[in-house]
Write a protein that binds this ligand. Structure first.
Ligand code: ATP
Ligand code: MG
Length: 316
């Protein structure tokens, strides 16, 4: 069962990308940003207090907490909890001096560090504010805000935070912020959460669980696509494959024997990837397979190669 990739999915304003650690979340976030920018949408891609990866994929230097252009129509930022908190305090308390008085207070600082997930909530809140930003004419500053969300485990807690706060803080600013944030996260008109996985046993298992949790009745987040990353694409044509399966000739040199062994392992990996892809298609999400690239660095050329592969599968 393949689910079509609708243009409407790629018109959402608030786009989250999550998955297990190291599966390619930052790579897919960069790809989504590049594609969105190429469609003429003003796009901001946010990393959250990360060892920055995304600017390098665009061939740029790290950007820190300053919104910085990466490519035509694409900007990047690495949201930091400190500046996000100061900005939030200023917005709510109006006066910088008063904000300082409150948030430079060691007691308040200790409190902020003690509340689990407080930093995450602040960073998500900052991304949420980018979605609400308006220019002087009152038009949205960004057509698309992409959030490279934390790895799962941590990730599910992260996504639940606004709901937990909405339900446990009865009134006030914080309740209202959390309520609006949860409304955005669960709005299928504005938001989509993309999953990233690898064609390997554990990531596939975890992706199934994650899809059930995030998109099931308890949380009800609107799903994006499932990105199966690092898929080994067929290396041989039919004749080559038959030859590899036959095995090395009896008089093969050790190097040729090794090449046959490696090629047979590769065929096994390709078959395994096809099986995992078929299993994941059962989740009923649109699926995009991204090829495993053999290059030391992931830069603009590799990004464009992944983009071409995604477009060939119908990513609008
Ligand atoms: N399709 C691909 N082919 C080859 N290498 C890839 C591919 N996608 C990602 N990589 C490499 O895999 C590594 C992990 O990718 P990436 O940083 O995007 O993952 P992540 O999920 O964001 O990781 P983290 O959980 O640490 O944030 C990087 O070194 C990246 O260059
Ligand atoms: Mg990352």
């Amino acid at each position: 069962m393949t689910v079509p990739l609708s243009a409407a999915l790629f018109d959402r304003r608030f786009v989250l990308v999550t998955g297990k650690g190291g599966v390619g979340k930052s790579t897919v976030s960069a790809l989504l940003a590049a594609q969105s920018g190429a469609r003429g949408r003003r796009t901001l891609v946010c990393e959250l207090n990360a060892q920055e990866r995304i600017p390098a994929i665009f061939g740029r230097a790290p950007v820190g907490s300053v919104v910085t252009p990466l490519r035509e129509n694409v900007w990047g930022v690495n949201i930091q909890p400190g500046p996000a908190l100061e900005e939030y305090a200023e917005m709510k308390l109006k006066v910088r001096a008063v904000a300082r008085l409150v948030f430079d207070n060691p007691f308040v600082q200790r409190f902020m560090q003690l509340v689990p997930g407080m930093n995450d909530l602040l960073m998500l809140g900052k991304a949420f504010n980018h979605e609400r930003e308006r220019d002087a004419q009152g038009r949205p500053l960004w057509d698309t805000v992409i959030v490279d969300a934390p790895a799962t485990g941590h990730g599910v807690t992260f996504f639940r935070l606004p709901k937990v706060i909405r339900d446990h803080v009865p009134v006030g600013n914080m309740h209202e912020e959390a309520r609006d944030m949860w409304a955005l996260l669960t709005d299928p008109e504005r938001t989509a959460t993309h999953l990233v996985s690898l064609p390997e046993e554990l990531p596939v298992q975890e992706t199934r669980e994650l899809a059930r949790t995030l998109f099931g009745p308890e949380m009800g987040l609107p799903p994006g696509a499932l990105w199966l990353n690092q898929v080994p694409t067929p290396l041989f044509d039919a004749a080559g494959e038959a030859q590899v399966r036959e095995g090395a000739p009896p008089d093969a040199t050790p190097a040729l024997q090794a090449a046959f062994d490696v090629s047979q392992i590769r065929l096994g990996r390709e078959a395994q990837a096809r099986a995992y892809q078929a299993a994941l298609e059962g989740l009923g999400l649109p699926l995009v397979a991204l090829p495993l690239l053999y290059s030391r660095e992931l830069g603009p050329a590799q990004l464009d190669a992944l983009l071409a592969a995604a477009r060939a599968q119908g990513v609008p």
